[in-house]
Write a protein that binds this ligand. Structure first.
Ligand code: 8X3
Length: 257
């Protein structure tokens, strides 16, 4: 296992859920963190908690990944202490709505496409050139089982995760000779605020998704990402698909009555 001690790890979408859990998991291993989100107060608060708990350095940044200018500025202004990013956890993403395509809201499509595809690309464009120059780095994208099997009423979300899967695979080939690793972790059901956001704040609808199921929790994903990030130098985990024990795919899930 490679050590994460004193590595610089950049986590997008770190204000909650999997991003927040990754911040804890990587800090526990001794990594220094750049944590970003649109909601600066949230990442600032998390930064304070993490500094106190793990005695690592943490830089909190306000970044909306859908704004390339903001992403580029934030990364290019990093000081010497922070500019060598060892690991990028490209986590910012969302699902919005669960509707038949012909009845769905194009505004939610724009938001998902802007965040899940363009946002991930913008962060890659800002961070990977430094990794290439230093001939060292690891990009870990947050995919989904939705990137493997499209399901009804989730067409655009599934399309964004298929796109991210293509981006992961292409990027891996682009940096194959630069000592930069590219991985994706593709979860099924994880109980975070993802569901609440998907259902526009409807807590009951969100809770129903996990009815009778013990879903994964954000810490399960964070722990697996730490595993991906700590393989020996000659090993790359290209892809991990991870689901609750009782979920086989987007369609088959055993629920206890
Ligand atoms: C989230 C998992 O199954 O809701 O990416 O698409 S799923």
């Amino acid at each position: 296992m490679e050590s994460l001690m004193n590595k610089n790890v950049f986590i997008t979408g770190a204000s909650s859920g999997i991003g927040e859990a990754c911040a804890h998991a990587f800090a526990y291993e001794g990594a220094n963190l750049i944590i970003s989100a649109r909601r600066f107060e949230k990442v600032e608060e998390l930064a304070n908690v993490i500094r106190e708990k793990y005695d690592v350095k943490v830089l909190a940044l306000k970044i909306d990944v859908t704004d390339y200018g903001m992403v580029e500025k934030a990364v290019s202004e990093l000081t010497d202490e922070w500019k060598n990013i060892d690991i990028l956890i490209n986590n910012a993403g969302k699902g919005l709505g669960l509707e038949k395509m012909y009845e769905d809201d194009p505004n939610s499509w724009d938001e998902m496409i802007d965040t899940n595809i363009k946002g991930a690309l913008y962060v890659i464009k800002a961070v990977v050139p430094g990794m290439v120059e230093r001939k060292s780095g690891h990009v870990i994208n947050l995919g989904s089982i939705a990137g493997h099997e499209p399901y009804p009423k989730g067409g655009v979300y599934c399309a964004t995760k298929h796109a991210l899967d293509a981006i992961t695979k292409s990027l891996r080939m682009d940096v194959i000779d630069k000592n930069v690793k590219v991985s994706t972790i593709d979860p099924g059901m994880v109980e975070t605020n993802f569901g609440e956001i998907r259902f526009y704040g409807d807590k009951e609808k969100a809770a129903n998704v996990y009815k009778g199921v013990k879903p994964l929790v954000a810490e399960d994903i964070a722990e697996t990402i730490v595993f991906i990030a700590t393989r020996p130098a000659h090993v790359n985990i290209n892809e991990i698909i991870i689901m609750p024990h009782v979920q086989a795919n987007p369609f088959v899930c055993h629920r206890e009555e």
